[in-house]
Each structure stands twice: as structure tokens, then as C-alpha cells.
Design a binder for this molecule. Structure first.
Ligand code: DGL
Length: 276
């Protein structure tokens, strides 16, 4: 049982270190919890893989967090894994699991006055139509667009680079043209990928005036606070946030780039072998 003096451990999973943007939002919202984060950097990107492979990879990370790190709640920070493997992950571990798709769609519903919403995400997320289903369930019209070049650009550290700005402009022009052809008047754009919050200022400057950019990381943290009341109940227990980070490939790269995503040093990163 979770006692008032023992903050629960929240496990956070992503395909890489982009999910540290979700961990950052969680820490802002629930600073007194303990966190175990794993980035499956050896097998990134997930966004171009099949449902079957994504589910297999994601389950291995989820089980590592629960069985080896003692996580009592899981947040699937990876939009691609949330879109394609949430049920499979839930079936594989005995703890509550929260994905980022529903919170992102809910934030879009709260933000949009026109009821017309845009979503940008990886190929796999868009092809799953998980955001479309979640938005339709809330009475929203939606157009999704895959932006496969953005993850590698962020991984390269080109978060404020003219090439990245041009790529974003081209993607958003195509998206806006598709919306216009359907007579939509979108006023919200969901960042449906862990990496896109790092491009927020470039994206913000490329959207039409009046379009609100929605970071599903912040929406997921809010949902976690609601879904995991035990974490809030234990808020008095721990004075400092305790974070343990793990990666399945180069911990040096994770330590170097991870701080950019987390907004603070990631500390010592453990290397984990989850198999091939
Ligand atoms: N974490 C993935 C997502 O949020 C992006 C990186 C990848 O393709 O693995 O969709």
C-alpha cells in the first residue's frame, strides 16, 4: 500500500529521450513523487515501425519499470506507443497505465472554439488514427499529418535551425491546405509527438494567428495528477524529486541531450539491455 510518507514511483516510458518533456511536465505538476524513466534509445524511432514491433518493445520497457524499478503507475510518454500499444501494455503489467493521446485530445477540446483541430505526429501515430478517434469522441473535426523529418532533426539538436524552420513551414502549409480544402477553420494544433515540444517556438511562429499550440506533455501531466490520486496524497512525503533515468543505448548521449528535454541535468543514466 502507498502510505502518506512514501511517495509512489511513477514509471515513465518513451522510445527515446523526447519523453523527458513529459517527465518535465510531470515533475512540475507532481514534484514530490519518485520517477523512473526509460528511453528505448537503441530501438528508436518507433514512429516508422509496425504495431506488433512497437507493442513488443513497449511491453519490455513497461515490465522493466514495474518489475525492476517498482513503478506503481506508468505514464506512456511516447505518442506512438500510446497510439498503437496502450491496451497491450495495460494487459502486460499489474499497475494503472496512462497514455498521452486521450489527454492531448481533451486539451484540444478545451482549447478549440471552432471544433476544428490539427494534429501533427509520427507516421505510425497518424496511420493508427488514434488521435482522430479520440477527437471524434469529443465532437471535434480533425486532420492529422505525419511529419517524419522532425524527430531526426530534434535528435540532431537542430531545434532552432533554419532547415528545421523550413521543414516545419512546408509541413504546416500542406496541413493548412488540407484543412482549407475541407472548409475547416482550425484553431488548435496538437503536438502529437514527444519531440515536438522542443520545436514549439518554431512551430508557434509558423501557425496562423489564433491557432493555439497544444503540448500533450502538459495535458498528460494534468491527467496523471487526476488519475493517480495516490501520488497527490503522498505529496508531503518527499522533499526533493527523485529521478532515475535509464537508456538502452549510449548513456553519454542521453546525459548530454537529455538535459535539454528535461530542463535540468538528468544525472547518472543507467544502461539497460532489453534484448533485440
Ligand atoms: N516518442 C515518439 C512519439 O512520441 C517519437 C520518436 C519515435 O518515433 O520513436 O511518437
Amino acid at each position: 500500500m502507498t502510505g502518506a510518507a512514501t511517495p509512489p514511483t511513477i514509471g515513465v516510458f518513451d522510445s527515446g529521450f523526447g519523453g523527458l518533456t513529459v517527465l518535465r511536465a510531470l515533475i512540475d505538476r507532481l514534484p514530490h513523487a519518485r520517477y523512473a524513466f526509460i528511453g528505448d534509445t537503441a530501438r528508436l524511432p518507433y514512429g516508422s515501425k509496425s504495431r506488433r514491433t512497437i507493442a513488443r518493445y513497449a511491453i519490455e520497457s513497461a515490465q522493466f519499470l514495474v518489475h525492476e524499478q517498482g513503478a506503481e503507475f506508468l505514464v506512456i510518454a511516447c505518442n506512438t506507443a500510446s497510439a498503437l500499444a496502450l491496451d497491450a501494455i495495460r494487459d502486460s503489467v499489474p499497475v494503472p497505465v496512462l497514455g498521452v493521446i486521450e489527454p492531448g485530445a481533451e486539451a484540444a477540446r478545451a482549447a478549440s472554439h471552432t471544433g476544428d483541430v490539427l494534429v501533427i505526429a509520427t507516421d505510425a501515430t497518424v496511420q493508427s488514427h488514434a488521435y482522430t478517434a479520440a477527437c471524434h469522441a469529443r465532437g471535434l473535426r480533425v486532420i492529422e499529418k505525419a511529419c517524419p523529418l522532425l524527430v531526426p532533426l530534434v535528435e540532431e539538436g537542430w531545434t532552432d535551425h533554419p532547415v528545421t524552420a523550413e521543414v516545419i513551414r512546408i509541413y504546416l502549409d500542406e496541413l493548412n491546405a488540407a484543412a482549407a480544402s475541407q472548409h475547416m477553420q482550425p484553431d488548435a494544433l496538437v503536438l502529437g509527438c514527444t519531440h515536438y515540444p522542443l520545436l514549439r517556438s518554431l512551430i508557434q511562429s509558423s501557425v496562423a494567428p489564433g491557432v493555439q499550440v497544444i503540448d500533450s506533455a502538459a495535458a498528460a501531466a494534468e491527467a496523471a495528477a487526476r488519475s493517480f490520486p495516490g501520488v497527490l496524497a503522498a505529496q508531503a512525503g518527499e522533499e526533493h524529486t527523485i529521478i532515475r533515468c535509464f537508456a538502452t543505448d549510449s548513456v553519454e548521449k542521453f546525459e548530454r541531450l537529455g538535459s535539454r528535454f528535461l530542463g535540468r541535468p538528468v544525472g547518472e543514466v543507467g544502461l539497460v539491455d532489453l534484448g533485440g
